[in-house]
Design a protein around this ligand. Structure first.
Ligand code: FMN
Length: 344
């Protein structure tokens, strides 16, 4: 089956379980143990492990996904205007590599349509979880038809509309599937963008909304250092590393198969080493001044623990969810809790 169709059906199934009320029963087995509670970004997360952006792009299944054990769900990427994304097919599995290639292109129904969904999900989570509730991150990006020089205003539309419903906000400048987007990672363009988004988010929410920037694994080490210094200079709350890669190095899948996928970002197991490397680099520059969220190639509880040991406060995953199925987050939480008991 086409990978995007399989994703749609799987996600519908997860939402169905929630809508018939079975998610609450499920939670008896999937809820993260209290020992995993993690303080970060001025919030308490039920687990350090969460779902990365791109799975629930439009906030249709936040509650349902948290019932599977994710400590946070990062919704998005959401753009200022609704857009259809790239032509299908645009999502491809590389099973031998436990990887996927995608060129979705930020398909989403735009900030104004997503905002009420986020508000409703936030209120529902607040009602259900008396103390520590799962966290909602909101990841924003640039509308494709908006010129790069008008990017700031486009991000501001999203920040204005979405920050009031966000526990934290992420400026995504690292997807390879919107032409020119990654040029915004350049510090000269990134500085005014992050500054303006941060101010707008706090103003429209009437509180401080933690702000992070999400970076690509394909940046040079010097560029990583520059972004890290900029983030500290601007008083940002954190950095998410990393997005998908445009590299095709080290794959086991047949070259013809990889080439047949065409352009797009590669994610999953082949990203593991580079993602960890970027995390270590960020940690060495930022020390304890920023919250680092590590993402890329995480498959097991041990992978999550490795990221925490290397300086991440939170960890996310996406691609392995497609391979491991709905109980993946619960398994990771169990493994993390078991390791903690052993090392205590
Ligand atoms: N990252 C974003 O910041 N915004 C997106 O809209 C987005 N869409 C994605 C769609 C697909 C199908 C996949 C596989 C990834 C997407 N990502 C997006 C990147 C993930 O959030 C994550 O950074 C990346 O996949 C590496 O993690 P993983 O190896 O655990 O998948």
């Amino acid at each position: 089956m086409d990978a995007e169709r399989a994703h749609k059906i799987g996600f519908k199934g997860i939402r169905l379980v929630h809508s018939v009320g079975a998610g609450r029963l499920l939670e008896r087995f999937t809820a993260p143990p209290a020992s995993l509670q993690t303080a970060a970004l001025g919030l308490t997360f039920p687990s350090p492990f969460g779902l990365a952006a791109g799975f629930d792009k439009e906030g249709h299944g936040i509650e349902a996904l948290t019932e599977l054990g994710f400590g946070h769900v990062e919704v998005g990427t959401i753009t200022g205007q609704a857009q259809p994304g790239n032509e299908k097919p645009r999502l491809f599995r590389l099973i031998e590599d436990r990887a996927v290639i995608n060129r979705m292109g930020f398909n989403n129904d735009g900030a104004s349509a997503v905002a009420p969904r986020l508000k409703a999900a936030r209120a529902a989570l607040q009602r259900r979880h008396a103390n520590v509730r799962p966290v909602i991150g909101v990841n924003i990006g640039k509308t494709k038809v908006v010129e790069l020089e008008d990017a700031v205003e486009d991000y501001l539309i999203s920040a204005r509309g979405l920050a009031p419903a966000a526990d934290y906000l992420v400026v995504n400048v690292s997807s390879p599937n919107t032409p020119g987007l990654r040029l915004l990672q350049n510090v000269e363009t990134l500085r005014p963008l992050l500054k303006a988004v941060g101010e707008e988010a706090d103003k429209s929410a009437g509180r401080h909304v933690p702000l992070l920037v999400k970076i690509a694994p394909d940046l040079t080490d010097e560029d990583i250092d520059d972004v890290a210094r900029l983030a500290m200079d601007l008083g940002l709350d954190g950095i998410i590393a990393t997005n998908t890669t445009i590299s095709r190095d080290g794959l086991d899948s047949a070259t013809e198969k990889v080439e047949a996928c065409g352009a797009g970002g590669l994610s999953g197991a082949p990203l593991k080493n580079r993602s960890l490397e970027v995390l270590r680099r960020l940690k060495s520059v930022t020390q304890d001044r920023l919250t680092l969220i590590s993402v890329g190639g995480v498959e097991t509880g041990q992978d999550v623990q490795d990221r925490l040991d290397a300086g991440a406060t939170l960890v996310q995953g996406y691609t392995a969810f497609l391979y491991e199925g709905p109980f993946w987050a619960a398994r990771i939480n169990k493994e993390l809790a078991r390791n903690r008991r052993k090392t205590r």
